[in-house]
Write a protein that binds this ligand. Structure first.
Ligand SMILES: Cc1cc2nc3c(=O)[nH]c(=O)nc-3n(C[C@H](O)[C@H](O)[C@H](O)COP(=O)(O)O)c2cc1C
Length: 183
């Protein structure tokens, strides 16, 4: 069975990105994928500093890297901070990029995000895709940018706009279609 790992670059209570993480998880499950949803709250890491290597690499970085390589799909929902990525995500990716075996070459990745601005994390997603691609990750072409968050969801938490729902379906189709097997 195809498996997916989902995570969010925001861990605050009521995070819109955690909500998007859950919605994408539901869609993946409906497509027959086994989904493991994690919170980066459970993978605390100090701010990256090369002086911490090799003796003080956080166990959580090694554990998260294992999860990246043991799933076929990784979906990351990212907020946008100051037109870029939140420090939590940058720090997490930085630590993981130092772990062996390389945790970015196995799964196929999907990137999405919700922001309060109307451009819906367009810059954050661009940074994330660019960075992941530069380190050898296969990221599916559909980017799931959603904003403004104030009107993005219905009262019962569903996606408010049909075109966004269609985009979500397209991303799920891409994620389940591409597989990198056991490279
Ligand atoms: C430090 C900081 C910078 C932000 N910068 C942006 C930004 O550049 N663009 C944007 O649309 N929203 C920006 N926001 C607002 C976020 O989109 C909003 O807080 C969003 O709800 C964060 O995602 P979350 O709900 O998953 O935590 C910023 C918020 C913070 C705290």
């Amino acid at each position: 069975m195809t498996t997916a790992l989902t995570l969010s670059g925001s861990i605050r209570k009521g995070s819109h990105n955690e909500h998007l993480q859950a919605l994408v998880g539901e869609r993946l499950k409906a497509a027959g994928v086994e989904v493991e949803a994690i919170s980066l709250k459970d993978f605390e890491m100090p701010v990256f500093n090369e002086d911490l290597e090799p003796d003080n690499v956080p166990k959580s970085a090694v554990a998260l890297a294992k999860l990246f390589t043991s799933h076929d799909i990784v979906f990351i929902a990212t907020p946008e901070y100051n037109g870029g990525l939140p420090p939590l995500l940058v720090n997490t990716i930085t630590w993981l990029s130092r772990v062996e075996p390389w945790p970015f070459a196995h799964a196929v990745f999907g990137v999405g995000g919700v922001s309060s601005g109307k451009y819906g994390t367009i810059w954050a997603q661009s940074h994330l895709r660019d960075s992941l691609t530069k380190i050898g990750t296969l990221v599916v072409p559909t980017l799931l940018g959603i904003g403004p968050s104030s009107t993005a969801f219905t009262e019962d938490g569903k996606i408010a706009e049909k075109p966004i729902e269609k985009k979500m379906d397209r991303m799920v189709a891409e994620l389940t279609h591409f597989s990198r097997g056991g490279i």
